[in-house]
Write a protein that binds this ligand. Structure first.
Ligand code: F6P
Length: 467
């Protein structure tokens, strides 16, 4: 088997900031893939410096994964990470044209950093390596590598949604971005919806030859395969966290502090794509519609801050604080506070315990590439008394967890009434139905896990014939 060179913006799971699911699936998933397959993981160190040097810092994680990172200039961090990646591509790919900023210097910084990545990583690549690039930060990297003479197989996986063509065309130089993407040999998307949008764009805007059945896209005589690979959690690893004292204590803490009330939990990076204000509106509507049930339910929202230098993220934080305050002000009693809003990350062990102690998991993104919190919530349940998952139909995980209409309770996150109604259904759901729904979901969460995802992608990449 060829050695794997994995390249992503972020490298390694950020310490003490929470589970993979809460922090975005990428770091946890790649850590798991490399633990199992070996290889090297290249990316940004997370550090800013005055002057770019390109020198590589090597490290070996406790899990035995070798990481190679470079520092970026402060200007790179502003223009590439805060700028093009998180103020242009992220909102646009999450269907938020209203938040998308198009600045020339962002695009220039994005290309500069992709070139810096390519220059630094090329000397680490051996002729037999397979290269696997990740996410929207690095869409032009394949082209940069090709221009530097790299002949290896190169795959790319997008962890976020692919937007409909009529949104994507609002991006200046959209053709250039997607043409560069087509220099990869294999492109992975999270599900069939994003894949269809991608293929539609290639045919309509680039005039590429597209075969929907095989996912083959031919442009200027070059062939790329595009396919859906839904990412999963590192199931066994996550389940082992549930056996720790820390997980048991966390569950107990949650249950003893909520006593006779049902705990409902949300765990998300503090990001506008997660539908947090809409979620709070839905909970507010639930208390408006069923005021007597304020004694039955307590909602715990864990939301570690994210991308704090980007304005839209500062704004969402302020909105959430205001909405939580309003609902608690209106609905609290001297002995009851309906919403607990926790603005920091937790370890995977603690999260496991919180998920297990909460009888409802509320996952309401407006758009999400996948959403691993939904899968972690299902994994952490007790088979004899499982909780209910309420899930947005716009999460990438929806096709897997709806289980023919009898898995998660599906909601439209834009509708407060729909959220409120489904909270009531979940609260009153009899044990037999909870078990039946959970049993339908657990199979895909356990079997279609992160190793299955890696094997599928890496296997397909390795099978590509080089010219
Ligand atoms: O999963 C999507 C993603 O953007 C990853 O690429 C990223 O590592 C994660 O979410 C968290 O975001 P950030 O690295 O900006 O903190």
């Amino acid at each position: 088997m060829s050695r794997l060179v994995v390249i992503s913006n972020r490298v390694a799971v950020p310490k003490a900031r929470g589970a993979a699911g809460a922090q975005g699936g990428l770091a946890g998933a790649l850590n798991a893939a490399l633990r199992k397959n070996g290889g090297i993981w290249f990316g940004w160190s997370g550090q800013g410096v005055d002057q770019f040097t390109g020198s590589i810092n090597y490290a070996r994680s406790g899990d035995g994964v070798t990481t190679a990172t470079i520092d970026l200039e402060y200007q790179d961090v502003d223009e590439y990470y805060n700028g093009y990646a998180n103020s242009t591509l992220w909102p646009l790919f999450h269907f938020r044209l209203d938040l998308t900023r198009y600045e020339n210097e962002f695009g220039v910084g994005y290309e500069r950093v992709n070139e810096r990545f390519a220059e630094a990583v090329v000397p680490l690549i051996a002729p037999d390596d397979d290269i696997w690039v990740h996410d929207y930060h690095l869409m032009p990297l394949g082209e940069q590598l090709r221009e530097k003479g790299v002949k290896n197989r190169i795959g790319f996986f997008l962890h976020i949604p692919w937007p409909p063509t009529n949104l994507l065309v609002s991006l200046p130089f959209h053709e250039r971005l997607v043409r560069a993407l087509l220099r990869y040999d294999l492109i992975g998307l999270q599900n069939g919806t994003w894949l269809d949008s991608f293929l539609h764009y290639c045919r309509k805007e680039l005039g590429a030859e597209v075969d929907e059945r095989t996912g083959t896209v031919v442009l200027d005589g070059r062939k790329t395969i595009a396919k859906a690979y839904p990412i999963g959690i590192d199931y066994d690893h996550f389940m082992s966290k549930g056996e720790t004292g820390e997980a048991r204590q966390a569950q107990q803490r949650l249950q003893s502090s909520t006593r006779h009330r049902t705990a409902m939990i949300g765990v998300d990076r503090l990001d506008y794509s997660k539908g947090l204000p809409e979620r709070l509106d839905g909970i507010g509507r639930f208390f408006d519609n069923y005021p007597e049930r304020v004694r039955d339910l307590v909602f715990i929202q864990i939301a570690p801050p994210s991308r704090e230098d980007v304005q839209s993220y500062q704004h969402i934080r302020a909105v959430l604080e205001q909405k939580t305050g309003q609902i608690n002000g209106a609905r609290s009693e001297v002995d009851i506070v309906p919403i607990r809003y926790v603005n920091r990350g937790h370890s995977q062990e603690e999260l496991f315990g919180f998920y297990r102690g909460a009888k409802i998991g509320l996952v309401t993104p407006l758009r999400d590439g996948m959403n691993l919190v939904a899968k972690e919530y299902v994994a952490a349940q007790d088979a004899t008394d499982p909780g209910v998952l309420i899930l947005s139909k716009f999460a990438g995980a929806a096709p897997q967890l709806d289980c023919d209409g009898e898995g998660a309770l599906m909601i439209n996150p834009h509708s407060s009434d729909d959220i409120a109604h489904n909270i009531r259904l979940a609260l009153d759901m009899p044990l037999e139905e909870r078990k039946a729904r959970w049993e339908r979901m657990i199979g895909t969460v356990r079997d279609d896990n992160v190793h299955w995802w890696t094997e599928n992608f890496v296997g397909d990449l390795a099978a590509i014939e080089l010219d």
